[in-house]
Structure formats: C-alpha cells, structure tokens
Ligand binder design. Structure first.
Ligand code: GDP
Length: 260
C-alpha cells in the first residue's frame, strides 16, 4: 500500500479513521457525513474541452488495485450490482457495442477493466457487486478492494453508480455509496433500464432517490438512463466530461500540519 499513500490520502485516511472510531454506523449512507476533505464538486460554469468517448480503447485488466495502471491522469469509474446494466451503459456511451463485456452470467468476472480515452483520461469498469452466488470470502475481498480504490486512487475524479430503476438503493448500493461519501468522492447515479417503467413511475423513482440522498446533494447527483432507448446518454457524457476535464474538481492537497 505504501506506494499508493500520499500526504493527501494520508489526510483522508486519518479523518476517516477518526470518524469510524466514533461512529459504528459508518456503512450506512444516511449516517455518513461529508467529511470536508479536499475533494469537492465540479464547477458547473467551467467550459471543459469535450472528451471523445468514441475513442475509448481497452487498456488493461487488473485483478487487484495494486495491478492498476499508474495512478496518473484522471479517471472515472463505473460501479453497480451485477446485472445493473453497467456494461451496456459503457458500450452505449462509447458507441462501441462490445467494449465492455455484457454477460448473462452476472458475477463471473471479477476484474477491474481500464479503457483509455486519451493519454491522461480513462474510464474504469469495476467488478459488479452484490451477486448472491459469489462466495462470501470473494465478496469480502472485492469489497475491500472497492473501498480501497475509492479511498486511495488519486486519479479517480468521480464514480458513476448504476442501479436498476425498479429496485434502487439496495443494501449493497448503500454500502458502496457510504464508501464513496466517506472518501468525499463525487457520485453520479444512473437509474438504469428506465424503459422498463412508464414515464410517471420513472420520474417518481428519480425524485424519491434524490430525496433519500438529499443530505449528500453536494456530492451525489441522479438521472434516469436507458441504454436500450439511448436515454440520458448526453447527460451522462456531460457529467463525465466535467470530471475528466475540469481542474476545479479538486483543491490542491491540504497542508501537512507542522509537528509540535
Ligand atoms: P452488467 O452485469 O451490469 O454489466 O449488466 P449488462 O449490461 O450485462 O446488462 C444486464 C442485462 O440487462 C442484459 O440482459 C441487458 O440486455 C439488460 N439491459 C441492460 N441495459 C438495459 C436497458 O437500458 N434496458 C433494458 N430493458 N435492458 C437492459
């Protein structure tokens, strides 16, 4: 881990540890406060130069965070329960039918897949979580990996979380959100397969998810999405574009306090 830890990360870890020591409920999203670290929301007035998602090309797979590409440049990660429509969304965004592998046997692959958009910008496909048939030990290992990736990955600018619009905010989703919020990581939620609901019920779900997460509105945004109908792709592209091009997403690292 030593290679990954910088003074900025050490700062985040320190306050996270202090928080955890004082709050046994830290896994619940509702109980996780914004910790006020150096990550903050994008300046929506900035005019980023556009990312060309069609240029996305497979870079490498990693079986663990330690095997990821060098932690330089900027990246945006996609996370969601198995079968949430993550691969379909990445393929729709990049207009490449087979870039991310869609699977009818969810939970099989447990690799982090990196896709290059340019020399310094990447999309990251995180392993699907919450699949019932994955052995508990494997689940635990991946949970640790995901949590560490959110905490320590310097180049990570934002997390796209995918949830099936028919059953959003499962316990596994809340756990993942809890880690993201604890790491002060901006999150953009896609309520996927929106075509499965009529417009009214889809809007109601959107509003209720927003209201449930209102305490974290500074970090978390939500939209409806359908890869099948190509609904919401522009909105998603704009959000990722901001994260990958806007220098104001992050403040400079905090000063290390002088030893007394
Ligand atoms: P992943 O396991 O999260 O990568 O999910 P996939 O992208 O492989 O999708 C899981 C299943 O949901 C597949 O059968 C897809 O065809 C289906 N699916 C994905 N996106 C949509 C969508 O927008 N609408 C509908 N109706 N089905 C979808």
């Amino acid at each position: 881990m030593s290679g990954l830890v910088t003074s900025r990360v050490a700062h985040i870890v320190k306050i996270t540890q202090v928080f955890r020591a004082s709050c046994p409920e830290e896994r619940g999203i509702i109980d996780v406060p914004c910790l006020g670290t150096n990550r903050k929301m994008t300046d929506i007035n900035a005019a980023p130069s556009p990312v060309n998602f069609r240029h996305a090309a497979f870079l490498q797979s990693a079986s663990a965070v330690e095997n990821a590409p060098p932690d330089a440049g900027w990246e945006v990660a996609f996370a969601g329960r198995s079968n949430s429509g993550k691969s379909s969304a990445i393929n729709a965004l990049t207009e490449q039918g087979k870039l991310a592998r869609t699977s009818r046997t969810p939970g099989r692959t447990q690799l982090i897949n990196f896709f290059a958009l340019s020399d310094s910008q990447r999309l990251v496909d995180l392993p699907g979580y919450g699949f019932a048939k994955v052995p508990l030990a494997v689940k635990k290992k991946w949970n640790q990996q995901l949590e560490r990736y959110l905490q320590y990955r310097e180049s990570l600018r934002g997390l796209v979380m995918l949830m099936d619009i028919r059953h959003p905010l499962t316990d596994a989703d809340k756990q993942m959100l809890g880690w993201a919020v604890a790491a002060s990581m901006p999150v953009h939620i896609l309520l996927t397969k929106a075509d499965k609901l009529k417009r009214g019920p889809a809007q109601n779900t959107l509003l209720s998810v927003r209201s449930e997460l209102a305490a974290h509105a500074e970090l978390v945004s939500v939209q409806c999405f359908s890869s099948l109908k190509r609904q919401g792709i522009k909105e998603l592209g704009k959000q990722i574009n901001r994260w990958l091009t806007d220098e104001s997403v992050m403040d400079p690292p905090p000063e290390t306090p002088e030893a007394e």
